[in-house]
Design a protein around this ligand. Structure first.
Ligand code: BJ8
Length: 424
């Protein structure tokens, strides 16, 4: 690993504690990814990125900041990257996916808060994640109650802007979200000192659409009877896409898609024929949360699709590129982002339609619906999801977990039993 100690020191990080994190990550990467056979060659890019996850991209971001660019840290797929990019800003995802950060979050939040929130707050306050140190501004959103309250805490430590996400999807809500995007654009202009013009926003819309199309190509390759890539590798690619430069992300994903499409033509599969195909749905899996994929794929099944924000919700639906005024473009952004089906909306039947559609498209033998502990929204939706799947004749397993390893064996027992049932 290159020497990034000086950079981390300059970022005001707690080097001693950060060292402990750096010690556990390589083992986790080795156990989850390097034990797999016949991985696509193009995964070498993501292997490199994850091996220096706190080095390569943070160093790039700092270089861009030196040129006067601002970095915006986000926590949710409702925040429109296009607006930031149009003002020559950079977006980086910030959701925490490691148990390492949870105790730091629990110092200021109730224990019965979802681990994603606790880890995000712990990563910031514990000063052990360079991305949380680098971001010039955090952009939150009013999705779930836990996040809303966490933003108040983070806002004391770093400039914070919160977007008010509607809770319903009527036409007036779509209009309201358009207004919210327009106001965010003003804030971004003010913060970066750069004007957002129709041309710049059009370029940004095209760029992010291109990234979406590239991610979709990788996912489309997973629809094949053949399984050209493991769920673990696809998840890693997806997780890193929240941090990477969008043009490079598109380029690397297209390179991977080329290889997967060739594998499908050649009949190259990463699992034996007949391995049961799982569609995973639920709360997002922030890096380095690979727990569930790892358990499923070492229990005789393979994950072929994630109906999650770290999955199809991130790239499905493109933004209409034909807008000729900022107003039309903001409306196009609103329409696209409001098609996303998060459990924070009511009603949220769209998510069930998506799960049923995706299960068919990806030829899933079964669905695992898993939410993070203390996420009421997704937990409550489990009943409706499971009823709809049962009605459609698709086997479903509902689970709940957190970032700790203590329930891993219990999860494995339930997942193995589910896979055995699918095999019979
Ligand atoms: S669009 S899923 S990224 S809000 S898991 S923090 S909901 S208590 S992450 Fe999310 Fe946006 Fe929705 Fe996606 Fe709260 Fe639930 Fe935790 Fe969650």
């Amino acid at each position: 690993m290159a020497d990034y100690v000086k950079m981390w020191e300059n970022l005001g990080m707690d080097l001693e504690t950060h060292d402990l994190l750096c010690q556990v990550l390589p083992t986790a990467v080795g156990d989850v990814f390097m034990t797999q056979e016949n991985r696509p060659k193009a995964m070498d890019f993501w292997d490199l990125v994850i091996s220096e996850v706190h080095g390569i991209r943070p160093a790039e971001l700092i270089e861009e900041q030196k040129k006067g660019r601002k970095v915006f840290g986000t926590f949710c797929v409702y925040v429109p990257d296009e607006v930031v990019i149009a003002a020559n800003g950079i977006v980086t995802g910030l959701c925490g996916g490691s148990q390492f950060w949870v105790p730091g979050g629990e110092a200021v939040l109730p224990k019965n808060t979802c681990p994603l929130i606790k880890a995000s707050v712990g990563a910031r306050l514990g000063r052990t994640c360079p991305f949380f140190r680098i971001a010039d501004m955090y952009v939150g959103e009013t999705t779930c109650d836990g996040k809303k309250k966490a933003y108040e805490i983070l806002g004391k430590d770093v400039p914070m802007y919160v977007m008010d996400v509607p809770q319903m999807k009527r036409e007036k809500d779509i209009l309201k979200w358009k207004e919210e995007i327009a106001e965010f654009a003003k804030k971004v202009e003010e913060f970066t000192g750069n004007e957002i013009t129709v041309e710049k926003l059009a370029d940004a819309i095209r760029l992010v659409n291109e990234k979406r199309r590239a991610l979709k190509r990788v996912y489309d390759a997973r629809k094949s009877e053949n399984v050209p890539i493991s769920g673990r590798d696809a998840l890693l690619m997806m997780q890193i896409s929240f941090f990477d430069d969008p043009a490079r992300c598109a380029q690397m994903c297209n390179r991977l898609a080329d290889e997967l499409e060739q594998r499908n033509r050649d009949g190259v599969s990463v699992v034996p024929a007949g391995t049961k195909r799982i569609l995973l749905t639920g709360t997002p899996l922030a890096v380095p949360n690979w727990k569930l994929h790892n358990i499923i794929e070492t229990s005789g099944a393979v994950v072929v699709c994630e109906e999650m924000c770290t999955g199809t919700r991130y790239f499905e639906n493109e933004v209409d590129e034909t807008g000729t005024t900022l107003d039309e473009q903001f409306m196009a952004l609103s329409r696209r982002y409001m098609k996303n089906n998060c459990a924070c909306f009511t009603p949220n039947e769209g998510r069930i339609d998506d799960i049923l559609r995706l299960a068919k498209e990806y030829k899933a033998d079964g669905v695992i619906d898993c939410s993070l502990k203390f996420c009421n929204l997704y937990d409550i939706e489990k009943k409706a999801v499971s009823e709809a799947l049962k009605q459609a004749g698709i086997p479903v397993l509902s689970l709940e977990t957190d970032y700790e390893d203590s329930d891993a064996e219990q999860l494995r027992t339930r997942i193995e039993a589910f896979v055995e049932m699918l095999n019979n």
